[in-house]
Design a protein around this ligand. Structure first.
Ligand code: ZN
Ligand code: ZN
Length: 202
């Protein structure tokens, strides 16, 4: 479902049969209620056919597959000792970078006034439309649970460990209620009320 070579997820499109999309094409991410292990997320993505479709993605695929740490690679490794070489290389590189204090994704938490490492499962709503091709996104901080809105490059989302030096931050704490966030978020993107913050995690 996630292809590390192209950094794309595959979902189905009623129009074209199949859609391959990067994280920056996601529009909403919501964890489904229930005890499933790993957790399952329902997403909506902007499709090449011009509309948005729903899709399902497991927690492993959402957060770990882009780092080569998907559940499947580990399974193959244990059972047969043969691993897709690309996955193994990616996973090794990712593990070393994380040990060295680099994070695959970081966003700015406005409530805490500091950058925080976050994974794609922290995404709430995303919207394209920045003048330079940026993506606005609402993220739920895993530490304080507050929702912040950042404006980042598509690469910041799609390429793990590629971090923008500065990101746009809306100077507002958003309500935890997801539907209101969507409304306020759309309004903020139009008003371009972003302030820039450095992302260095030191
Ligand atoms: Zn489509
Ligand atoms: Zn926070």
């Amino acid at each position: 479902m996630y292809d590390a070579l192209t950094a794309r997820y595959t979902f189905s499109c009623p129009e074209r049969g199949e859609a391959r999309v990067a994280l920056s094409s996601f529009r909403r991410v919501e964890q489904l209620p229930g005890p499933s292990q790993p957790a399952v997320f329902e997403i909506e993505f902007g499709c090449g056919c011009g509309t948005e479709h729903p899709g399902l993605v497991s927690h492993d695929e959402l957060d770990w597959a882009p780092l080569g740490l998907g559940g499947e690679a580990r399974f193959v490794n244990l059972m047969t000792a043969t691993v897709d070489p690309l996955d193994a290389e990616l996973a090794d590189l990712a593990a070393r970078r994380i040990q060295a204090g680099q994070w695959p994704w970081s966003f700015f938490c406005y409530a805490e006034d500091r950058p925080r490492p976050m994974f794609p499962s922290a995404f709430v709503v995303l919207a394209p439309g920045g003048r330079g091709g940026e993506v606005g996104l609402a993220v739920r901080c895993p530490v304080c649970s507050s929702i912040s809105v950042n404006l980042v490059s598509a690469q910041h989302l799609d390429v793990p460990f590629h971090n923008d030096r500065e990101v746009g931050v809306v100077e507002q704490v958003f309500p935890a209620d997801a539907e209101r966030v969507v409304e306020e978020f759309a309004a903020e993107l139009d008003s371009a009320g972003f302030d820039s913050r450095r992302l260095g995690l030191q």
